[in-house]
Design a protein around this ligand. Structure first.
Ligand code: CU
Length: 109
């Protein structure tokens, strides 16, 4: 029975490792940015380029965000709450608050 219990323990370890791998994958699609893992909430300024209310995403041409070492660029962000998008239009300049790569708050400028 010893062999069986070792095999069961190994299977459990593999299962437990999977959520960690999935988290790491979240950042793989964003190679243009350096070192934003576990970033605290940070503010940025940008102009709305596109809105996808259904997906809860907004594309911004954002200014540099020195706290995250991000250069100015155009990219899509998820929003924490789709209601944040309701007063936005293409061309609206906003100040936004980020938690990781999710916008958690914004105001039109
Ligand atoms: Cu960016």
């Amino acid at each position: 029975m010893k062999v069986l219990s070792i095999a069961a323990g190994f299977a459990a370890a593999v299962l437990m490792a999977q959520p960690v791998l999935a988290q790491a994958d979240d950042h793989a699609g964003h190679a243009g940015h350096a070192g934003h893992a576990a970033a605290p909430a940070v503010e940025g300024v940008g102009v709305v380029r596109a809105i996808d209310a259904k997906a809860g995403k907004v594309t911004l041409a954002h200014e540099a965000i020195p706290a995250l070492k991000w250069p100015p660029m155009t990219m899509a962000f998820k929003v924490a709450d789709p209601a944040l998008l309701k007063d936005l239009g293409v061309g609206t300049k906003i100040r936004f608050k980020l938690n990781g790569q999710t916008i958690v708050g914004l105001t039109a400028l």
